[in-house]
Design a binder for this molecule. Sequence first.
Ligand code: C2E
Ligand code: MG
Ligand code: MG
Ligand code: MG
Length: 281
Amino acid sequence: QSRAAGRNVFRFFDPAMQALANQRSQLEAELRQAVARRQFIVYYQPQVTYEGDVVGAEALVRWQHPIRGIVSPTTFISLAEDMGLMDEIGRQVLHRICTDLENWQREGLARDLVVAINVSAQEFKVDNFVYRFREIMREHHVPSHSVKVELTESMMVDHIEDVITKMQALRSNEVSISLDDFGTGYSSLSYLGRFPIDQIKIDQTFVREMQNDAAMASIIRSIIMLGQSLNLSIIAEGVETEQQRDFLHAQGCLLYQGYWYSKPIPGEQFADLLNTPGRFR
Ligand code: C2E
Ligand code: MG
Ligand code: MG
Ligand code: MG
């Protein structure tokens, strides 16, 4: 074996690893193309009261791949972040959402509906994030109270002053803020009082386990009590059964999102749902 080959430590000797690296660079190339060709679409998942009224929806991005079909965000969001594409994808998604909202409101639908929009750390970090967000909404004549931003605890660890300033700017524009996946991130409870938020979203891992696990049930109870004492709205995600919904209701959680009601669905289907009041009663 030559000295040169021995030094070449970055060569792939493992065919499986080589295949993985190829797959990733293929996906990277396709993701770049997806941004250029605007292949992102938005699904909506209803947010429902105990009485069965749809009061909101979470907007969830999907990649409409020409060959693979509908690709889930879990397969491309972190890659998009690594590639620095998430900011642009977020803007395309916001345009889509606002286009839908504008159409629905023109048809007299969705007047009081609030659409929750996921914003990742990379998008929120951008200096003029709030300004651009507002401009896109204005372009589509979407009233700001129709929109809610979902942030995660992990975004509230660094650059706290900047984060708080942006949250305040959103809220002074009537855009409300929900804390997604609550309880799963690295956080201390004290930050809850510091950050200007409107809603806590109980993570689906708690909901999944609360019936078999007394500790999980206690955690949920505590989250709800904490939220209530801070005057925050509380919603649970990942509600898959009527029993889960009823248990949450008994603890004081009054808003629900999950497969029990509906999976995330395309905009046209969601509009049909809005046209059918009482569907969940
Ligand atoms: P998330 O914001 O916590 O969204 C909830 C996820 O749980 C969604 O997965 C939703 O389809 C799924 N889900 C809803 N109800 C149930 C249920 O009853 N049972 C189960 N097992 N799952 C349920 P999805 O659509 O694959 O999205 C995954 C994650 O990708 C989201 O988690 C969010 O962090 C991110 N994401 C989605 N859309 C966007 C977007 O437009 N922008 C950004 N930045 N992130 C997004
Ligand atoms: Mg979310
Ligand atoms: Mg969530
Ligand atoms: Mg989640």
